[in-house]
Ligand binder design. Structure first.
Ligand code: DGL
Length: 258
């Protein structure tokens, strides 16, 4: 049996992995699901989040008939991947901060991690840093304010450059940092604005290509694409519909939750 690839995030952040996925799997049907009613995830308590993520992903897997779930959300993946893999009948591809490639390419051995409050402080992130960047200095910056700015951008509005400058400024306080991990899938959508806020050239690294590569390995026979792809949301919102449309998705259907 073939089936579509389901991409899940709290909001529009998961749309940052659509281009790499389509490059690698141009004929595969995709379904997008987001929990926009409860976004942002990055400032919510872990226990609540695990239950919510499981509930939304279970409903989205059932509604989409997908053959693989891509959790295109670092905040969800660094917390709930094990639970999702235990409870769902489909393979789950996660998204975690690209600490490894960043450490591999940093010349100065000083990298930044720009992510949500939840992701920067998770034990999963501690382990990634210990395992892959033990010889690097890692400056962690919680930048929850950027999530709303990425949502603004995809709704067709101009993001607030002051908010972006303030949220990223702790990264530039120390001179030798040369690489920044965009550890929230919303942030690659803002990469031009983040680069503009940087006082010097830095390398911005995200997980999009790695997720697409892993998804292509996991899915054997994706369902073929036929026109626009479907989408689901936990709240109906015209701004979200516009953002999804720009990425080739139909307006979202309301996701039925238990
Ligand atoms: N896009 C999500 C991530 O990758 C989180 C955004 C939010 O806080 O809801 O972490």
């Amino acid at each position: 049996m073939s089936g579509p690839i389901l991409i899940f995030d709290s909001g529009v952040g998961g749309l940052s992995v659509i281009a790499p996925l389509r490059r690698r799997l141009p004929d595969a049907a995709l379904v997008y699901a987001c929990d926009n009613a409860m976004m942002p995830y990055g400032t919510r308590p872990d226990e609540w989040l695990v239950k919510r993520i499981l509930s939304v992903c279970s409903a989205a897997v059932a509604a989409s008939g997908c053959k693989v779930l891509v959790v295109a959300c670092n905040t969800a993946s660094t917390l709930a991947l094990d639970v999702l893999r235990d409870c769902l009948a489909v393979p789950v591809v996660g998204t975690v901060p690209a600490i490894k490639p960043a450490a591999e390419s940093s010349q100065s051995r000083h990298i930044g991690l720009l992510a949500t409050s939840a992701t920067v402080s998770r034990p999963y992130t501690d382990r990634l840093i210990r395992d892959f960047a033990a010889d690097c200095r890692v400056t962690r910056v919680a930048a929850d304010a950027l999530v709303g700015q990425a949502e603004r951008l995809l709704a067709g509005e101009t993001p607030d450059r002051c908010i972006i400058r303030d949220a990223t400024s702790p990264l530039w306080a120390v001179g030798d940092l040369d690489t920044v991990v965009l550890g929230c899938t919303h942030f690659p959508l803002l990469s031009a604005y983040i680069a503009e806020a940087a006082p010097r050239g830095v390398r911005l690294v995200d997980s999009g290509e790695a997720i697409a590569r892993r998804t292509a390995q996991v899915i054997r026979r994706p369902a073929p694409r036929g026109g626009c792809d479907r989408s689901f949301a936990t709240a109906l919102d015209a701004r979200l519909s516009r953002a999804l449309e720009a990425f080739g998705f139909d307006a979202p259907q309301l996701l039925p939750l238990d």
